[in-house]
Write a protein of this length. Structure first.
Length: 203
């Protein structure tokens, strides 16, 4: 997707939000390669719950190998028949894949000029795609940066009802080691976003 010049005018806080959404998307779209693991290893956090998750991820990334994380990713999300977790909005919201939440998402994607990449075969309501969509709405990669009210509408409809539950499940999953702090980071970030939108007063 072509990036637009509008990205240069977004606030620093929004750029950081978009970066974190993109970071989660990259970690959840597929097993991280060496470059992404090295990026994780260089992160630094603080004593907030989000910061502690980042510090833990950094520590684990320093000891991880692409092979070890790929095996963990496959066990969590793919498996022989299915992985330990099914990271799809339809599944979390209805108990079944490819249900009404996916149809609603596709309608909203069309309205926002968001199209699925030609090399993406997963249903659009998977967690990685939704994290990437939120980043794109914030930084303007689908046109002009979305208004706060539009971001809130998309978040409340497609992310808030289930993403926090997914990240909690990821943090506590039997197969989660490297991905446990990814779950913790996602859970904390979703809570921060939910509260910020609530306080914004935007309809």
């Amino acid at each position: 997707m072509t990036q637009t010049a509008a990205q240069t005018v977004i606030e620093d806080e929004d750029k950081l939000r978009a970066d974190l959404y993109d970071f989660l998307a990259a970690l959840l779209a597929g097993p991280p390669n060496r470059a992404l693991l090295d990026r994780c290893a260089k992160l630094s956090g603080d004593e907030t719950p989000l910061g502690k998750g980042i510090m833990t991820l950094s520590k684990l990334a320093k000891a991880a190998t692409p092979g070890s994380v790929e095996r963990e990713f496959n066990n969590l999300f793919i498996g022989l028949a299915r992985g330990e977790l099914l990271p799809y909005a339809s599944y979390y919201m209805t108990g079944f894949l490819n249900e009404k939440p996916l149809a609603q998402l596709r309608a909203d994607m069309a309205a926002s000029m968001i199209t699925r990449g030609p090399n993406v075969y997963e249903p659009e309501d998977n967690i990685a795609s939704l994290m990437e969509m939120m980043a794109g709405l914030i930084d303007g990669r689908f046109g002009a940066p979305a208004s706060l009210s539009r971001q809130k509408e998309f978040f409340n409809r497609h992310v808030a009802p289930w993403a926090g539950h997914f990240f909690t499940d990821l943090e506590g999953a039997k197969g989660s080691v490297f991905y446990a702090p990814v779950g913790a980071i996602g859970k904390q970030f979703m809570g921060i976003e939910r509260e910020a939108f609530r306080l914004s007063g935007q309809a």
